[in-house]
Design a protein around this ligand. Sequence first.
Ligand code: BEZ
Ligand code: FE
Length: 299
Amino acid sequence: MYLPIGITTMTDQDKAIESRISEKAVDSFNDAPNARYKQIMRSLVRHLHAFVSEVELTEQEWFEGIRFLTETGHKCDGLVRQEFILLSDTLGVSMLVDAINHRHSASATDTTVFGPFYIEGMPEREFGENMAFTPGEAALVRGRVVDTQGKPLADAVLDVWQTAENGMYSGQDTEQPFGNLRGRYRTDANGYFAIRTIVPVCYPIPTDGPVGRMLDAANRHPWRPAHLHFMIDAPGYRKLVTHLFNHDDPYLDSDAVFGVKHSLQVIYEDRVSHDDLSADLGMQVPFKRACYEFVMEAE
Ligand code: BEZ
Ligand code: FE
């Protein structure tokens, strides 16, 4: 049996001492007046102690863990960089929380991670307006927002954001113009929306902090498959936070944050001639086009 240096075989007496410590720590939350808080803290402490016991954590490893969490906190700036969210994302916790909280009807559009790069209050954009002020492959993303009965939803707001071709979001990359590859679009009277943009590219999540070191130590790559973020709001419907992923991205099966769902993949097809909209929008051929129908669930 492998035992970390300094740890000897456990006797029945050791076992009894250790479980008494755990039991007392768990029970110390018994008098919490808030029942949900009590449930969460008792469970958290129980699982934390079970983990420490299972791996027989050394004092050095305990200290390394404390240092890792401290550095994670220091890396957060309260604006663009949120290393704890990144940690939650890369441990799969964000997607588990998302799954638990969106056990929606099978016909509604799947949700996925929000990510740390959303910026509130981005410009309202016209139907089909171009939100790309940096180079890339011209694309038209169009489609409809409907309810689970197929009824089109007029005036739904689609808040969208994506990275530039350098793999960075405006805000994160201060060289990019304000509002680059971000904007709030509205559906028309028949529930249709149209977004002029560039084809999204895959990009690595930030690796210059403790999360990057964790990925490195695990021999994991930091890449996210190319995607366009959406947060869709329609009065009376559950807010929909999701992405559309490029269907041919090499990282679809190994997203660093486990966010991919098959139903959210779209094809950016080659258009060598105009469709019913692209000429009116002043687009040049050839361009790429992706179409999608979002299905919102009533609140
Ligand atoms: C994103 O897609 O923007 C993202 C999601 C999770 C972690 C980092 C970035
Ligand atoms: Fe993203």
